[in-house]
Unconditional design. Structure first.
Length: 382
């Protein structure tokens, strides 16, 4: 009818529908390319003149510098709020004034269809995203029911999965909407399901259907995350659907701990921060000086008072698996000097070097004190 492709775009820039001529004509594929769409939407979101176009009640012509070609547009509203836009793109034939009235007429039918579609799905609780949300919120806990429902979407217990938790590092009003980002992520990651979860975005990825490892996934995703100012926590790879809830917990924990101690990173993997997480758990209910070895604190106070280096000597010895020669080499001192220091440590704080539990506690205490120092440095950095 129009001789040009028609698109329907939601207020969050996600594409709701497009005419079949786009699928049939390869020269028009850029109109539905998610990468091109994301770049265009990112620029339009920050343009105040573009935002003003949402208030136009009559058909209007959008300049070509936004998308590369002129577009005849009609805004649709729901309860007085801009909800989506019908666009006729000048790709094949020149736009004419007669098409404006025809597009407005078509828009009336489209608005009725969209409204009916929303009403029909408003009570639906069986989408993949809704099922995953029910699993996370423990509204769905029966493993047999979980397997049955997920299998309807081709997510089987024999598949491998991971979860990503994304948080914006900028104000929500300055970036693209959560729904648009979810749609874009699903287009980018085959076999994924993304949905808003509080202020964050959760992305569950069926790695078996994605046909790549989590390492390959994060490598491909990192440039997008950085450009979109999205901080991300990533779970470990799991097999089956039983632990999907814990996979989400891993991702959110990696995000929380990673942002707390290494806020300069864009991606935090649970495997990389697991030891930091364990140490952080140790000092959640009590301050660090009440948790770590008192022998180590005593030795630390002695070092500060006498300008000695016994803490570093002890740590090097423990991390070298009690190898005196190797420890002396790491400290750049003679073996006899090292043994003298070890005797002095025993005089200050007697340590049973044959007690594996005590040695593990000392090493853990060193890690906790490192964590506390890193936290203070992070606060200063921020």
């Amino acid at each position: 009818v129009f001789g040009n492709p028609v698109l329907v775009q939601a207020s969050d820039f996600s594409l709701l529908a497009h005419s079949s001529v786009i699928d049939e004509n390869a020269t028009l594929h850029h109109l539905i390319d998610p990468v091109v769409g994301f770049e265009t939407a990112s620029a339009e979101k920050l343009d105040p003149e573009y935002r003003e176009l949402q208030n136009k009640k009559e058909p209007f012509l959008m300049p070509s510098y936004y998308t590369g070609s002129r577009q005849l547009c009609v805004n649709l509203y729901e309860h007085g709020v801009f909800s989506c836009r019908v666009m006729l793109s000048e790709e094949l034939t020149p736009l004419s004034s007669e098409q404006a009235a025809l597009l407005a007429h078509l828009s009336e039918y489209l608005q009725a269809v969209l409204q009916r579609n929303e009403e029909a799905h408003s009570g639906s609780g069986h989408s993949l995203g809704k099922i995953l949300e029910d699993i996370i919120m423990e509204r769905l806990t029966d493993y047999t029911a979980i397997d049955n429902r997920l299998s309807e979407y081709g997510w089987f217990s024999s598949h491998y999965y991971c979860c990503l938790s994304l948080t914006r590092s900028v104000d929500r009003e300055e970036g693209l909407s959560g729904n648009y980002l979810c749609h874009y992520l699903e287009e980018m990651i085959k076999g994924s399901c993304a949905f808003p979860y509080g202020d964050d975005i959760l992305v569950f990825v069926n790695l078996s259907r994605y046909d790549r490892t989590i390492d390959q996934l994060l490598t491909a995703l990192t440039p997008f995350l950085r450009d979109s100012l999205l901080k991300t926590g990533a779970s470990s790879t799991i097999r089956g659907t039983i632990d999907l809830r814990y996979s989400c917990l891993q991702a959110r924990t990696a995000q929380e701990i990673g942002n707390k101690y290494e806020n300069y990173r864009w991606v935090h993997r649970f495997e990389d921060i697991s030891l930091t997480y364990l140490c952080d758990c140790c000092i959640r209910d009590m301050p660090s000086h009440m948790v770590v070895s008192q022998k180590l604190l005593t030795l630390h106070r002695y070092d500060e008072k006498h300008h000695s280096d016994y803490c570093d000597t002890l740590r090097t010895y423990l991390e070298s698996e009690k190898n005196a020669v190797q420890s002396a080499r790491k400290l750049f001192i003679h073996r006899s000097t090292f043994l003298y220091r070890l005797d002095r440590i025993q005089e200050i704080v007697p340590i049973d070097f044959n007690n594996e539990d005590e040695l593990f506690y000392l090493l853990l205490s060193f890690r906790i004190l490192d964590l506390k120092e890193k936290e203070m440095t992070q606060v200063t950095y921020i």
